[in-house]
Design a protein around this ligand. Structure first.
Ligand code: GKE
Length: 394
């Protein structure tokens, strides 16, 4: 990408968005960062970026916000979504589907602004469930998204928004690029609260056992389910490469290193230097039995694929979560970190998951944006001006 572009990143207060903003800033670009979370809840705050935070200035479900942030932009990276790991998406399908507002309004605003590129973060959750029934799965090829039978709620919305990108490209000439992320993990991600994915959750549980001395762990499902996990640095590199390539159709962006959840626990135990008594919670959210990324296409197009080994990525992730964990919990309180929080429909948005003590609960009622009154919508106006400070700022 040539120097001095203006890059819009939505969901910039989240895990991947925060890393992407760091990448573009260090490459010398102007970054316009937006996120519905108040600034003091962003995972990373980059002071050099132009930050639009909170439910008034950063809510990308609101077309006015989308228009304001896209004005003058060269490229748009649409990463804003109400999402999380299986604990969240299995129990909050309506909230997941509401991300269609963000995707629709952002693509309209990007089209209106005449941007050079519109990147959309899709997900491996678009793939047909019938192809993921076996832990010894054949890796998923891009064509396996059809006929459509995606993950209910979250996956359907992603598949719809993928197609919107296609039709905006074909009908209006907008240069859309779409990547299907396979389970991304790494430092500065969600590690507790209900939205965390397996790598962070397993690190947290192993750390809780180490810190408390209570050598046991709860695993969702029977541990035989398989996944591949992509380290954040590979994800950021892939987004950049795909956006500036000629790849027009949605493409896998994921690791092809398939492991079972039991093997993921083995790795975390090895890093933590413990062996734990495993308890399997069979009625917990499990998702598909097996999922892996077929990287034939990305190799053909880019001569590249995500290559950070799970062991190396987990080492960095574990160390980061360990510091976060021990800053918050002691040996006596460590057990509180493992309370499962996947109650149906109970999650407000956005942030680190369900927090009943959040002072913002009243305005984040079930995630319905202001202006959609009657459906539970909270007025964003109440919170105007609260987005100050940067607890975790860099
Ligand atoms: N989150 C979590 N927490 N998962 C656990 C835990 C735990 O403590 N223990 C075991 N698991 C198991 C889950 O039951 C599931 O079978 C597997 O690990 C992976 O769970 P996950 O990381 O939460 O999410 P998934 O890979 O099933 O699905 C995610 O896929 C991505 C795309 O590949 C989704 O949550 C999407 O957010 C995402 O698009």
């Amino acid at each position: 990408m040539p120097k001095s572009k203006t890059v819009v990143i939505t969901g910039a207060g989240g895990f991947i968005g925060g890393h992407l903003a760091a990448h573009f800033l260090s490459a010398g670009h102007k970054v316009v960062a937006a996120d519905i979370k108040p600034l003091d809840e962003w995972y990373q705050v980059h002071r050099k970026a132009q930050n639009h935070a909170g439910p008034v200035k950063g809510d990308c479900r609101d077309f006015k916000v989308c228009r304001a942030i896209c004005r003058g932009a060269d490229e748009v990276y649409q990463l804003a979504a109400d999402m999380g790991g299986m604990g969240f998406i299995e129990n909050n399908k309506a909230l997941c589907m509401l991300s269609v507002l963000t995707n629709t309004h952002m693509i309209l605003a990007a089209q209106e602004a005449g941007v050079d590129r519109f990147f959309y973060a899709s997900s491996a959750c678009v793939y047909n469930a019938d192809k993921q029934k076996n832990p010894n799965i054949t890796a998923l090829k891009e064509a396996d998204a059809y006929p459509g039978l995606p993950e209910d709620g979250y996956g359907w919305e992603k598949l719809f928004s993928e197609r919107m990108c296609r039709h905006f490209r074909e009908d209006f000439g907008l240069n859309t690029r779409v990547a299907r992320f396979h389970n991304v993990y790494g430092p500065e991600g969600t590690w507790e609260g209900g939205r965390e994915k397996a790598p962070a959750a397993i690190c947290r549980k192993v750390i809780a056992a180490v810190v408390s001395g209570k050598h046991e762990i709860e695993i969702w499902g029977d541990g035989t389910q398989t996944r591949s996990f992509m380290y954040i640095d590979d994800c950021v590199k892939g987004i950049n490469l795909i956006t500036h390539s000629g790849i027009l159709e949605p493409i896998n962006l994921g690791s092809s290193e398939l492991v079972s959840i039991n093997q993921l626990v083995d790795i975390a135990e090895e890093i933590g230097g413990v062996k734990l008594q495993r308890r399997y919670k069979l009625d917990a959210p499990k998702g598909v039995a097996g999922r892996n990324s077929d990287n034939t296409k990305i190799q053909q197009y880019l001569n590249w694929e995500p290559s950070t080994t799970l062991r190396a990525g987990m080492e960095k992730t574990y160390r980061w979560i360990f510091d976060e964990f021990t800053a918050k919990y002691t040996a006596k309180t460590a057990h509180k970190s493992s309370i499962s929080t996947f109650t149906k429909g109970s999650h407000p948005i956005p942030g680190d998951g369900f927090n009943p003590e959040s002072k913002f609960m009243d305005t984040w009622t079930q995630g319905i944006p202001a202006g959609y009154g009657g459906a539970g919508g909270g007025s964003g106006k109440k919170r105007a001006g609260k987005a100050v400070g940067a607890k975790r700022g860099k």
